[in-house]
Design a protein around this ligand. Sequence first.
Ligand SMILES: C[S@@+](CC[C@H](N)C(=O)[O-])C[C@H]1O[C@@H](n2cnc3c(N)ncnc32)[C@H](O)[C@@H]1O
Length: 292
Amino acid sequence: MQSIISYKDRGNFGNSSYRGNCSGYVIKDLLEHFFPTSKPKKFVEIFSGGGTGRDVAKALNITNSLHLDINNGWDALEDEIPSGSDFVFSHPPYWDIVKYENERGYFNTNDLSNNMPYEEFIKKLNKINAKIYCSLVNGGRHAILIGDVRKKGKYYSIIKDMDWYGELESHIIKIQYNCVSDNKVYSNNNFIPIKHEHLLIFKKNDVLVVNIKHNQEIKTNILNSISATWRDLVQATIEYYKGKATTEQIYEFLKKSKKAKNNNFIREKIRQVLNTNSNFYKLDNTWCLNIG
Ligand SMILES: C[S@@+](CC[C@H](N)C(=O)[O-])C[C@H]1O[C@@H](n2cnc3c(N)ncnc32)[C@H](O)[C@@H]1O
C-alpha cells in the first residue's frame, strides 16, 4: 500500500448500487498490509453500508469479523462498539451529502446523514471515533475513510474539523471516481472539484493515555494583532474604507490598535508608511490602494 490509492473498479464486494459505497480493495489492501501473515484477532467494520467489508472478510477467510450499520439495527451513537478488536475500518457518511434514509426507506433520528448543522455532525462523529478508539486493544488500528464537502460555496474538511484519537500512522489520499457530482452542471464552476477522499490510520499506543488532537478555530481582529505590520494595518484600513481613506481616517481607525499602544508617534508612523510603500498612492486628499 502507498500513500495514494486509486481503484477504478470496486471489485466484487458488497452491493454495488448502495449509494456512497467504497471499493472493497481499500479494505482488502488495508487488511493485507497490516496482517500480511496472520489474520486480525477481531476485525470490526463500522458503517458497513452495502456489505463491502463483509464480502472482503469472506474473500480473505477472516471469520472473526463484525459489520455494523444502522441499516442492520446497530446504532453507532447509542450502542456499544464490540471491544477487543485490533482493526476497525469505518466509513461514515460525509455529513448529509448522501441521505441514507433514502437507502433504508425509513427515518432514524441517529443517522449521521440526517439534515443537521455541520457542528452537530462533527460532534456526533467525534463521539463515535472516541468510542472506536477505546474499543481497540493496545496496538490496534482505526482506519477511517472520509471525504471533504463543498456546500453552498463553502469548503468543509471533515478530517480537519474532527477530533483525532491516538497516533496518526498514515494519511492516504484515495482518488475518487464515479461521484454523482461528476454529472452535475454548476452555474458557477469557478471552484476546484473534489476528486479525492482521505484514509486516515490511527494507532492505539497506550492502554491508559489517550492522545486527542482537537482543532479549534479562533477569530481575532487585525487591530489586536502584534504580527501584522504597520503596512498591513494601513492596507486593511484603506480596504475597510472601500479603497480610499484620508490620513485622518486611517489615524482615527488605527489609534485603537494594539500596535498603537506601544507607539507614541502614530501619526508620524502612518505618514511614513503611506509615503514609503508602493502599495499606496495619493489622489487629491485621499490615499488609495495600489495593488491588484
Ligand atoms: C458511506 S456509507 C458506508 C458505505 C460502505 N462502506 C459500503 O461500501 O457500502 C455510511 C453508512 O453509515 C450508516 N450510518 C449512518 N448513521 C449511522 C449510525 N448512527 N450508526 C450506524 N450506522 C450509521 C449509513 O446507514 C450508511 O450505510
